[in-house]
Design a protein around this ligand. Sequence first.
Ligand code: GRF
Length: 190
Amino acid sequence: MSVKLAVLASGSGSNLEAIAQAINDGKLLAKIAVVIYNEPDAFARQRAEKFGIPAILVNHRDYKYRKALDLAIIDILQQYDVELVIMAGWMRIVTQELIDAFPERILNIHPSLLPSFKGIHAIEQAFNYGVKITGCTVHLLSLEVDSGKILKQKAVPVLPEDSLADLQKRIQFQEHIIYPEAIAEYINNF
Ligand code: GRF
């Protein structure tokens, strides 16, 4: 059985690519039915095209309220019979409508060891704090940002000579490993 995924991305889409590649390599028994992106120039769109995945722009600027944006997204997810929603760098705060439409069926990845360093500047904050170990977390999406049940984590050491960019790279490298794995494990328990 191949589970139908949607990936929601706002930017580069490197996690989207890692997931699509894991599917192509037979490591993840799933299909990305659709990619939804909200920034017109998001590189995620080009990555979706490379894998032959339909990519749909839902520009948040066209919606007056968060709820209206989420209703438009739900509509697309239903059209594509999506069973599991994968947030991969989706930079919008979601509403209860989206969560209720896919209860326990929305995953997110965050570049810290949650519950430490929630929010958008997680890597920078951990770096400036001087932590010696940080990492990345795959979790269920909840209304409160970066607070849903944790599914998988990977620790990443901060080395003395690290620049912020070095650390970012090392965390993303691990994200690309654990996200497809976490999705595969989650799907197994459906
Ligand atoms: C990742 O670092 C993820 O943890 C965060 O946003 C970033 C998305 O990167 N939520 P990409 O668009 O997948 O390259």
